[in-house]
Write a protein that binds this ligand. Sequence first.
Ligand SMILES: [Zn+2]
Length: 134
Amino acid sequence: MISLNTAVKFHGHLGPWLVLGLLMGEYGIKKIKAAKYFGLSIEVSGLHSKPRSCMIDGLQLSTGCTMGKGNIKILKSKVIFANFINAKNGKKIRVSLKNEIFNKINFTDGHSACETLAKKLYKNKPDNLFVATE
Ligand SMILES: [Zn+2]
């Protein structure tokens, strides 16, 4: 599990979207039983603008899929999800955010409230945050 400190050192600040990226990455990797870095590729959608796009950094950190290696692809769609594809056997799942989590973030305003929410989200069980579909 990537620590919040490590994530902030890479990304520059602590926010809910960064944390969701971290957790979603770990969740997705487990679901398709893939190895980090080279064992999978991901496609992310709905993260075209800040602060949502902060999630992309969290996903890169937790999956090892990076822009540099080319195994993360940004899809142009308004719906927020990430596809996880196992490079060995092609197994694919789609992970989406639960609506209540999306709403919670949208109704959180201000720097310190966002940091508090980020820390709270980090302690959540992934099943409370995400939905996986085949
Ligand atoms: Zn950010």
